[in-house]
Design a protein around this ligand. Structure first.
Ligand SMILES: [Zn+2]
Length: 271
């Protein structure tokens, strides 16, 4: 079992994702974004819903407007990280479409016109509140297809970085997805995931293994997050060390929530 990959898409191309759903990959490739953010175009017959405008990019905006003929009925936001919402003001200005997002936005730069709560329905899609990667993260489910955004990505694990990211919530949100029976995940970065149950379980096992390794390391003696990274991540590039440390810290917070670890002046111990 492994992650999914795809060739770099032709920039601006409209890629089929599922019946009535296509995506345009934004031109913001990078170490945390793969080839770029997926902007999904959902055909509603008399116009389109756009999920995640993506970064602030003139060429990406032009591609969205061309693919939709400017007929954007609504702009839906999965969560408020910059690579998903920085392009929102320009798309809203160009189309006048109302915006939808979690009612408790995690950033002052975005307040949805239409605030969503868990299980609200938008154009047939059920909003699933799925915090963990971000405090205001929503997935959207309809007829076995789930737009999973950054909660479940195909090319990599999700970043869970405190305090916005929360590992206890991430596990709960992942288990919520596993309790469903879906046929296709369409993530915020990377290609579609055709085997949600198997893939979701792979992600869960991956996190459980990491959690167990951290628990084992702690039982050998007190450790800082930095020491745990050096002990647990083999061949880690120095540039990726800070991100690994954020992930380890998120795991430690969960172990604390679970009552099996505690922090004392930056050093973590088993209890
Ligand atoms: Zn994100």
């Amino acid at each position: 079992m492994s992650f999914y990959s795809e060739a770099e898409p032709v920039r601006g191309d409209v890629l089929p994702a599922a019946p009535g759903i296509s995506r345009i990959v934004a031109p913001n490739p990078g170490g945390f974004t793969y080839w770029g953010t997926n902007t999904y175009l959902i055909d509603e017959g008399d116009g389109f819903a756009v999920l995640d405008p993506g970064p602030d990019s003139e060429s990406h905006l032009v591609a969205i407007l061309k693919a939709t003929g400017g007929r954007v009925k609504r702009i839906v936001v999965s969560h408020t990280h910059p690579d998903h919402i920085d392009g929102l003001p320009a798309l809203k200005a160009a189309t006048g479409a109302p915006t939808y997002g979690y009612f408790a936005s995690a950033t002052p730069v975005f307040t949805p016109d239409i605030p969503l709560h868990d299980n609200d329905v938008v154009a047939g899609w059920t909003a699933l509140y799925t915090p963990g990667h971000a405090a205001d993260h929503l997935c959207f489910a309809r007829d076995g297809v789930v737009l999973t955004a950054d909660h479940i990505m195909s090319w990599s694990t999700s970043i869970v970085s405190p305090p916005q990211g929360n590992m206890t919530q991430y596990f709960a949100s992942l288990r919520r997805m596993l309790a469903r029976e879906d046929a296709l995940y369409l993530p915020g970065h990377g290609p579609g995931i055709p085997d949600p149950a198997r893939y979701g379980n792979f992600l869960l096992q991956h996190r459980l293994q990491r959690e167990a390794a951290i628990g084992n390391a702690l039982s050998a003696g007190p450790q800082t997050p930095g020491e745990l990274v050096l002990a647990l991540y083999v061949d880690l590039k120095p540039a990726l060390r800070p991100a690994a440390e954020r992930s380890v810290l998120a795991h430690l917070h969960k172990l604390r929530d679970d009552g099996v670890a505690r922090e004392d002046g930056g050093v973590w111990v088993s209890v």
